[in-house]
Write a new protein. Sequence first.
Length: 286
Amino acid sequence: MTRLMLLIAGLCTFAFGAQAASKDRYLIIGSYLAEIVVALGEADQIVGIGGGMDHIGELEGVPTIRGFRNTSAEPMLSLGPTVALMAGRQTRPEVVEQLEGAGVTVHVFPDDVASLDVVPERIGRIGALLGREKEAAVLAARFEAELEAALAFVAGAKTRPRGLFILSGGGRPTLVAGEDSHIALLIELAGAKNVTDGITYFKPMSQEAMLKAAPDFILVNKEGLELSGGVPVALKAPGAALTPAGQSGTYFALPSGYLTGLGLNSPKAIRAIAERVHPDLDGKAE
């Protein structure tokens, strides 16, 4: 650890020591982790967050650490956290080491498993960390009930359209959600066929592969709807405009927070996708 980082850690310990002794100060990287902490009633303990949490009203004004897979712990340490909750794919091992070296207790949550079983597990783990076990049990039960209701709604669909997710805009490279990603899982659970077979996690898709995939609908992030030359950025992915979805204009985004990871909003995401892609289903997405 550099002398500067040691100095920052020392200053933060001095400035926040009295408070931390009685109440932990949480740094959270990963919106689906922050959503659980907030739902368990501990928003006031959060002193720093990662990006992608604008949809969590309780965290308005909380300092944000920008950047995906942050490369330095210095801005995090400047906030004086005592505990860090971090999504596995949104941090680097060296950052964890730097935080721990400065005395911060770090809990890393693996997010490379595309299964909704991880959500109740995370709720229970975070509830134990916060001393909110009873509240966590109630929250986990509520999540499972919402998921059951969403899947029951999807079960009424008589179609199975082909779909994929395109991540674009905001200065980022244009990628699609591979078959092992959480968004591909949500598409499948919504009663559709994810068409990124052979692609893992988030990667570019060639024009040839896009045309062969022939999606009936394209799910995009909000920035993907931004126009560039009169065309949504997402449809500038190689071949996207020539697919059935591109030709019919069947592309859409979901509300903020629905696709940032598997979490409390996943049942709503499943139902919202199903609403958009199954014309035979009745009812409004929540």
